[in-house]
Structure formats: C-alpha cells, structure tokens
Ligand binder design. Structure first.
Ligand code: SF4
Length: 443
C-alpha cells in the first residue's frame, strides 16, 4: 500500500498543530493520530483496522471526538506501520494535502432518520469529493468546518461552523437554509437555496473566503472582524447561479438532542438503531473490535460515531435490539441514560497534556460518583477547552490539581459564562451541583 500522492504534504498556507491521519502530533502519552470519518460512519472492517493498529503500534486507547472522528492515542515510533493499514481500508484522504479539509459534519442518523427532510449523503459525498479534489481548498485551515443538517431529529446544532446548512421544506420544495460563522441553534439563517444548489453554494462560499481572507484568518469569524458579513453576502449572491431566497420558513430547532442511548426507529420499517455512550469519550482496541463484530452480527456492518462521544449500531432488526443493548453493556459502554457520566465531558487533562492543571478524566469519574443525576458538565484542564466545541451549561476550569473554578453558561457572558465559585475541590463541586439540582427540581 502506498501513501496518497504528494506525501508528505507541501507547506500549507494555514499550518496546523492539530493531529491528522498523516500528521501524528506528540502528547505526553505518545503520538495522537486523528482518523476522520465521513459523517461519523465507519465500516466494521475499518473499525477492526483502527483497533488492530491501536493495539499494535499505540497504547490501545481510542477517543471519539466531538466532531464524530476517532483518534488513536499513545502512538509509538512506527508511524508508517500504523498509517498504512488505515489507508488500505479507505480511511485516508484522496491526496496528502486534503486530509485536513475533510471537515463536514452530518447528523449521526443521516439517511436513516424518520424525521429527515432530505437524505444528506448524496450531497455530502459530492461536497467531500470536491473538498478533496480541489487543490485550492487545501489552503483552508484544519479547523475550518462545514455542517450539513438534513432536518433529522438527531443533530448537533450547537457546535459553531464556518458554514452551516439546514434542510427544510417550503411549499413542497426542499430548501437549504444557511448561515456563516455560527450555529443553527443560535443564529439566524442568512437565506436559502434549493437543495440542488447546495454543492454550488458550499463551493462558492469556500472559494470566496479564500479570495478575501488573509493566511492568518483561519476561520470565517476572523474574516468578519475586518469585513462586514453583508459585503460577503452581496458578493456571494452575485456569484451564485440561483437567487438566494428567504429562510423565514425555516423551523429552527434550538436544542440538540443528547446522544441517543437505547433503541430508536429508523425510516426503514422494522429496523432500529441502538445507541450507547463511551465513558468520557474513550474506548480501547478490544472494545472497538468487539463493536465491529456487533455491527456485523446484528446490523449492516457499519457503526456511526456521534458528536456527543457516543456510538450507534444502525440497521438492527427491531426484535434484536435488546440483544445489541446487552452486548454494548457487556462491553462496558454506557447504556443507562441516568448514569451521571453520560453527559460529562473531560479533556485529556494533566495525565497526558502538558497544559493541563488537573487530571480532568479522573476527576470527572470522581465527580460522577458524587452526583445523583446526569448533568451536562465539562471539565477542562485549561482555557483551550479541547473537549467541548461549544459552551457547556456547567464548566469546571482547572486551577490546580483537584481544584476548579465553576462557571454557569450565560448568553450575556462570553467564554464559559458566569464565574460562580472559585477553587472548588471535586467534593465541593459535587455538593454544589447536587444542591443546585435539588433547588431546580423544587422550583
Ligand atoms: S483543554 Fe488544555 S489541558 Fe485539556 S487537553 Fe486541551 S490543552 Fe490540554
């Protein structure tokens, strides 16, 4: 197996320190290799390959990221040996320069969701193909991201994207509402185009961004600090072959559902998908290999990772759903939505990140043992907030080993929100959160 053409990549316009498949970044626990999954989907064969190389050439720890990708931690020195089997099963980019630009988020239930307005897969494949095959798009930063929401019941609508598109129906016609430098849960749509012009819209927005942005503008929001969004919009409207329509009829969904745990119906009669959560976003090589076998035995041989660090086994016959849940539970995945860890996220923390001021993963487990109900809580080892792509309702920011400042999300306050308590121990944070939960319940 050979590496994609141009390996190693030529000097990028917007260099990145983020891990990629071909760019293994060092951490305290070894290298990190990020494996991008189109729409969070991975086949059983691919999952077995990831599990195998994670076991052979790394520590065996695999993380599900908040953009529905996987990353292998603790990679040793055998980089080529780790990468080549992943390329052989089709997990690589079309060419070395395009690994970073494969940032298109779909709903984890794209194509199978009973509520969807459109099946986003055909358009997503077209967009991904163009992202990888257009040399100019390799100038985009590794963080530049696009979201395509087909109107599914299950979608992450709070992560900020440089461009987001949401399908809706107006007078029987499927349209795509779209926005820039924001998210569908909080921001108004700028306009809409017919679905068949979705590819053209994405290509035109990206091309225009690259023409107007300087290299230090890695995200759309950086460009809008210097240039009015109305100006960008006017130029976009001039270039499109279709008039941008209104999006007043777009029924904005303001809240993302949590990652599904349990059994949910699919569009296909008699078929369901079964979901579970990975405790603090991690699984080991043996668990991923076992997941692949579950998908093959009970589903169609695919798995879908979610932006909430969960996993779905799709295309299961309804009468076999209980067996799948049992198998996922036996693997150590969280199958009870009342488990406090199901809504908790924690970054790598001081056990493997030099910037971490506390062992966030261990502290999260301790905190989970102190609270009686799941609450959306984010423990972060420093201000960089790697584990959460949007502000959580409660953030615990490490200030020293085992000690955290506590913030509550507030739209009036930037960053993590309002600082409510300083320098809490995990026990004190647990008591504070329990008391707050009780008072909220009694209101
Ligand atoms: S948030 Fe800070 S401590 Fe946590 S993984 Fe990121 S850089 Fe490291």
């Amino acid at each position: 197996m050979t590496l994609p053409p141009d390996f190693p990549a030529t000097t990028p316009v917007r260099p990145s320190g983020c891990p990629g498949l071909l760019r293994i970044v060092q951490a305290m626990d070894g290298g990190i290799c990020r494996v991008k999954l189109a729409g969070g989907l991975i086949t059983a064969q691919q999952a077995e390959a990831v599990a195998d190389v994670a076991h052979r050439y790394a520590s065996g720890v695999i993380e599900a990221t908040n953009r529905s990708n996987l990353q292998i931690r603790g990679v040793g020195t055998a980089h080529q040996a780790l990468i080549e089997p992943l390329l052989a099963v089709g997990l690589g980019p079309a060419n070395a320069a395009s690994d970073d630009v494969r940032n298109l988020m779909l709903s984890p239930t794209a194509g199978i969701d009973p509520q969807q307005v459109i099946d986003t897969w055909p358009l997503a494949r077209q967009i991904l193909g163009s992202l990888e095959s257009t040399p100019r798009f390799a100038e985009l930063s590794a963080k530049f991201a696009v979201q395509l929401d087909g109107g599914e019941a299950l979608a992450m609508r709070e992560h900020h994207h440089d461009l987001w598109l949401c399908a809706f129906e107006c007078n029987g016609q499927p349209l795509l509402a779209f926005g820039l430098a924001g998210c569908p849960a909080q921001d108004a749509a700028l306009g809409s185009v017919p679905v068949e012009h979705g590819h053209e819209l994405v290509m035109t927005v990206l091309t225009l961004f690259l023409e107007l942005a300087r290299p230090e503008h890695t995200r759309m929001r950086h460009l809008f600090k210097e240039r009015a969004i109305t100006d960008f919009f006017a130029q976009l409207a001039q270039r499109l072959s279709v008039a941008i329509g209104p999006a007043a009829a777009w029924p904005r969904a303001t809240h993302s559902r949590q990652s599904p745990i349990g059994t949910y119906p699919q569009r296909e009669t008699g078929q369901v998908y079964v979901g579970a959560t990975l405790a603090l976003g991690r699984l080991d090589a043996a668990q991923l290999s076992a997941l692949a076998k579950i998908a093959t035995r009970y589903g169609n041989g695919t798995l879908r990772f979610t932006p909430w660090q969960g996993v779905l086994v799709p295309h299961v016959r309804a009468e076999q759903a209980a067996c799948v849940t049992q198998a996922l539970h036996a693997l150590g995945l969280l199958c009870d939505a009342q488990h406090p860890l199901t809504q908790m996220v924690a970054c790598t923390g001081s056990s493997a990140c030099i910037k971490g001021l506390a062992d966030t993963k261990q502290d999260a487990r301790r905190l989970a043992s102190l609270i009686s109900q799941p609450q959306p809580i984010h423990l972060t080892g420093c201000l960089r907030s790697c584990a959460a792509a949007h502000v959580a309702p409660v953030t615990l920011l490490a200030v020293a080993p085992g000690h955290y400042d506590l913030y509550l999300r507030d739209p009036q306050h930037a960053g993590f929100g309002v600082l409510r308590e300083r320098n809490l121990t995990i026990e004190a944070a647990g008591a504070w959160l329990e008391a707050r939960q009780r008072s909220n319940t009694h209101d």
